[in-house]
Design a protein around this ligand. Structure first.
Ligand SMILES: C[S@@+](CC[C@H](N)C(=O)[O-])C[C@H]1O[C@@H](n2cnc3c(N)ncnc32)[C@H](O)[C@@H]1O
Length: 339
């Protein structure tokens, strides 16, 4: 409603055309624009030629990024903002562009078929063209594997740092991350809690990337990899078991089966931490969590995101005696269950 009480269409148009801004950022990451500007600030001509762009629209492209808060421009020279310098420069420790690279090369196209997914309930990714399932597709090519695992580290970094700080780790000695990917969570948890040792249980193909990431962070003596398939093999024992962005990949029976398996693996008093974009119980505030659930429609045969109340109910059915939900950062929360 405007000041004069007239209903304005701008909010609707901003949302409807939101993909313009999104694609400008995704293309900037694809082109390595932020990595280039990290070397030195550049003027329009130099930046255009470094990125191999046509001059027709490069100025609009750069200035759109300025207007969107992703670049700075002073006296005609473009440079990164503090945030894009920290998070979008390839090779930096806190690079989160892997996620955006993956969104650009896969999800951007697949979301074009959202309506079909909504009508059929079928995934709209590689599976649709008779390809393999999500992880088989991602892991069939070493570059994609690496980029997906790096993407997960980026996506989960804020939540991982919050879990490392907020959970009472002092009461426990060992932690098992189920589907821990590159080791993003385990690294943050062990850096902040020097008494802990940890294990990542993930598919065998993930092991070299995990070992490399852990070594880069100087934690090879405290973190190790346990290869396996969580639908077929038992989990190794630990005082705390964590599952980030795992349950939402699977249907309800699979979710319950994983929770049962975790429950039977934990010792009495052991804890389960489930974390992802947990939807608010009223299902009206956490738009990111709800959109993530639609992303699971695009990507998986039966996956969906869920509320804290849903998850606590499944945990109690599995046998957990105490459960609670704690907010982490942005759209992410953790659901904790004590055996
Ligand atoms: C969406 S990622 C989540 C990564 C990480 N936990 C995070 O939150 O950033 C899912 C992870 O589950 C692993 N995964 C998928 N299927 C698996 C299976 N059957 N057994 C073990 N791990 C599996 C994948 O390799 C991947 O690392």
């Amino acid at each position: 409603m405007s000041e004069k009480g007239v209903v304005a269409p701008d909010q609707i148009m901003q949302l409807g055309l939101g993909f313009w801004g999104s694609k400008v950022l995704l293309s900037a990451v694809e082109l390595g624009l932020f990595s280039e500007l990290s070397k030195s600030p550049l003027n329009t001509e130099s930046l255009t030629s470094r990125l191999g762009l046509h001059p027709r629209s490069s100025r609009d492209f750069f200035d759109a990024l300025v207007a969107l808060g992703m670049l700075e421009r002073n006296d005609g020279m473009y440079s990164n903002t503090p945030a894009t310098e920290e998070f979008l420069v390839r090779g930096k420790k806190r690079y989160i562009g892997g996620m955006l690279e993956m969104v650009n090369s896969r999800l951007y196209r697949f979301w074009g078929s959202l309506t079909e997914g909504l009508k059929t309930g079928e995934p709209q990714n590689e599976v649709r063209a008779g390809g393999a399932g999500l992880f088989e597709a991602l892991y069939s090519d070493p570059d994609r594997l690496r980029s997906f695992l790096g993407a997960m580290t980026g996506l989960s970094l804020g939540a991982s740092m919050a879990i490392a700080q907020n959970f009472p780790w002092k009461s426990y000695k060992t932690v098992l991350d189920v589907g821990g990917a590159e080791g993003g969570l385990l690294v943050q948890v062990c850096l902040a809690n020097p008494h802990l040792t940890g294990v990542n249980f993930d598919l065998p193909v993930v092991e070299p990337v995990f070992n490399e990431y852990v070594a880069t962070n100087g934690l090879s003596d405290r973190l190790r990899f346990h290869p396996g398939d969580f639908f077929r093999e038992p989990l190794p024992q630990a005082d705390v078991i964590t599952m980030g962005h795992i349950l939402h990949d699977w249907n309800l029976d699979e979710k319950r089966m994983l929770l049962d398996k975790v429950y039977s693996t934990l010792p009495p008093g052991g804890a389960l931490i489930v974390f992802e974009a947990i939807i608010d119980d009223e299902r009206r505030k956490n738009a990111f969590g709800l959109l993530m659930s639609l992303n699971m429609l695009i990507e998986t045969p039966g996956g969906f995101d869920y509320t804290g109340q849903d998850c606590q109910g499944w945990m109690r059915d599995a046998g957990f005696r105490d459960t609670r939900v704690e907010h982490l950062v942005g759209p992410d929360s953790m659901v904790i269950g004590i055996k």
